[in-house]
Design a protein around this ligand. Structure first.
Ligand SMILES: Nc1ncnc2c1ncn2[C@@H]1O[C@H](COP(=O)(O)OP(=O)(O)OP(=O)(O)O)[C@@H](O)[C@H]1O
Length: 228
């Protein structure tokens, strides 16, 4: 018996986006439609300047498309409220990670939970569980993130994103600055989050390894998105 695919958690409907330079608009994304499902890992690839980061910022509710819509479980995120969508349903791990390096791994996570209003009694315990899930040694949980390696910092940033109990995880070039082995560990984390935890994971990447590890590879070219 084959199981039916789960309904999409995220949909792009006719998404077009232009940037204005002077009095001219230039379309970077043109009429893009795609459905993203829970339990799957997606890679978005394309040449530099093809619009990958732009697509990520629209899908993650950081910016609004010039035309078309982004829908979370069938509802336009503009109607849901971009702030609410970002706080409750979709988190982004940026290239720069944006960790507070003077704080410990645990503190980075619990402060994000406070800010986004996660209602959980024992936030410290939840933070530790997430760090364990992502393979951060217990000895590193209470170290300042400044003292952690690039790969460990990346894991803390992912744990922080997950602490907000989101359904969708976006990551912009998560392995760009990591060596091959560390990058492999991070890719395994994304696969586990999708396949075991049921998250929808969308990764913008230049890496062939990340693309090969994904369930679906989407290529941006001349403003259009197509399956590879
Ligand atoms: N805020 C902005 N204002 C004007 N143009 C922009 C802005 N942000 C991006 N662009 C332009 O839009 C195009 C797509 O940029 P984007 O950063 O989305 O590409 P990318 O595929 O993520 O590139 P890279 O792989 O180099 O990070 C580029 O030509 C870029 O110069």
């Amino acid at each position: 018996m084959t199981s039916l695919p789960q309904p999409p958690v995220l949909e792009l409907h006719g998404v077009t986006h232009s940037y204005r330079t002077g009095n001219r608009g230039r379309a970077v994304l043109k009429d893009i439609s795609h459905a993203f499902r829970p339990g799957r890992m997606y890679a978005v690839i394309g040449f530099s300047g093809s619009g990958k980061t732009t697509l990520l910022s629209l899908a993650s509710g950081l910016d609004s498309p010039s035309a078309g819509s982004v829908r979370f479980r069938g509802r336009d995120i503009a109607e849901l409220g971009l702030g609410r969508y970002r706080n409750r349903h979709a988190a982004t791990v940026f290239q720069s990670l944006n960790l507070l390096t003077y704080m410990t791994a645990i503190q980075n996570i619990t402060s994000a939970m406070e800010i986004t209003g996660v209602r959980r009694g024992d936030k410290n315990r939840r933070a530790a569980e997430l760090l364990d899930l992502l393979g951060v040694d217990a000895a590193d949980h209470n170290r300042r993130t400044l003292r952690l390696s690039g790969g460990q910092q990346q894991r803390v940033a992912i744990a922080r994103a997950l602490a907000c109990e989101v359904d969708i995880l976006f990551a912009d070039e998560p392995t760009g600055s990591l060596d091959r082995e560390t990058a492999g560990g991070i890719v395994a984390v994304f696969q586990r989050l999708a396949h075991d935890e049921g998250k929808c994971v969308v990764v913008v990447t230049h890496s062939r390894e990340v693309a090969e590890a994904s369930d679906e590879v989407l290529q941006l070219k001349r403003g259009r998105l197509s399956a590879r």
